[in-house]
Design a protein around this ligand. Structure first.
Ligand code: CP
Ligand code: NVA
Length: 303
């Protein structure tokens, strides 16, 4: 594994390997066992969109691994004034040991990987959010003891979260049921991937998707960069809320995950959110551990 551009590129064994390493690093952190596996290494973090969790967990993670992280806002980089991503990649490859990038187009991340010669980590694009889903899988496995055979249900937009969850959950042998309104379905590339799995279901009926679910997941209806559509989207997603009525259809011990930030009263009610707050904030915490595992996997000297 040279990069983390999207989960479609990873084998199930690579995904499970990252989750196992994440569990180990979490254990070491909790027990005060130092793990400076990236001493002397520098990660550049390019942000073209806002972030709380991704920025803080990557920066803290690099510090805990004995390395260093640089926050690079696209407003300050020449990339924000039009310098080609291909040139930025080749320059940054001469200074850094790895790059984490949060941006709009998946092509920009793929282009960094093509032109640079250091590991590239996707910290969210419009297409996918692989780091988040590794944390979600880690959290589900921590709470349920396994992933295989569990049913994940996602209610809402066919966005970066839904795309990566479909891929990550199917690759780890979960069954997947997603409910989204027509016009907000995942892209064809994701549906083609999912079509190989008989345990995948796409519906426009949230109630049907939620039946018997072990994990119910949702995300905002308006993602970063779509702010002008928010009114239209609020109408389109009417009826796609994770609320007590919907949760009653899932298994009695069903978990709830939300990548955050959340809009209480829109995609999730405040009561469901608070009833599952421990699971949701474990998920947020696990961004740190899962990403440290990604960093070690990609950046640690081999031998
Ligand atoms: N879930 C997530 O990626 O959060 P941030 O946007 O705060 O990084
Ligand atoms: N779908 C959301 C996820 C935020 C972490 C967005 O792209 O804004």
């Amino acid at each position: 594994m040279k990069h983390l551009l999207k989960l479609l590129d990873l084998t199930p064994e690579e995904i499970i390997g990252i989750l196992d390493l994440a569990d180990q690093l979490k254990y070491e952190k909790k027990h005060g066992i130092p793990h400076p596996r990236l001493a002397g290494k520098t990660l550049g973090m390019i942000f073209e969109k806002s972030s709380t969790r991704t920025r803080v967990s990557f920066e803290t993670g690099m510090y805990q691994l004995g390395g260093h992280a640089l926050f690079l806002s696209s407003h300050d980089l020449q990339i924000g004034r039009g310098e080609a991503v291909q040139d930025t990649a080749r320059v940054l490859s001469r200074y850094l040991d790895g790059i984490m990038i949060r941006t709009f187009a998946q092509e920009e991340v793929e282009s960094l990987a093509e032109y640079g010669n250091i590991p590239i980590i996707n910290g969210l694009t419009d297409f996918c959010h692989p780091c988040q889903i590794l944390a979600d899988l880690m959290t589900i496995r921590e709470h349920k003891g396994t992933l295989e055979g569990l049913k994940m249900c996602f209610i809402g937009d066919g966005n970066n979260m839904m795309n990566s969850l479909i891929v990550g959950c199917l690759k780890t042998k979960m069954s997947v049921s997603v409910a989204c309104p027509e016009g907000y379905r995942p892209p064809q590339e994701i549906l083609d991937f999912a079509a190989q799995y008989p345990c995948f279901e796409l519906t426009d009926d949230p109630k049907k998707a939620a039946v018997g679910a072990d994990v119910v997941i949702t995300d905002v209806w308006t993602s970063m960069g779509q702010e002008e559509e928010s009114e239209k989207r609020r109408k389109a997603f009417d009826g796609y809320q994770v609320n007590a009525e919907l949760m009653a259809l899932a298994k009695p011990d069903a978990m709830v995950q939300h990548c955050l930030p959340a809009h209480r009263g829109e995609e999730i009610t405040a009561d469901v959110f608070e009833a599952h707050a421990d699971e949701i904030f474990d998920e947020a915490e696990n961004r740190l551990h899962a990403q440290k595992a990604v960093l070690v996997t990609l950046l640690e000297d081999k031998n």
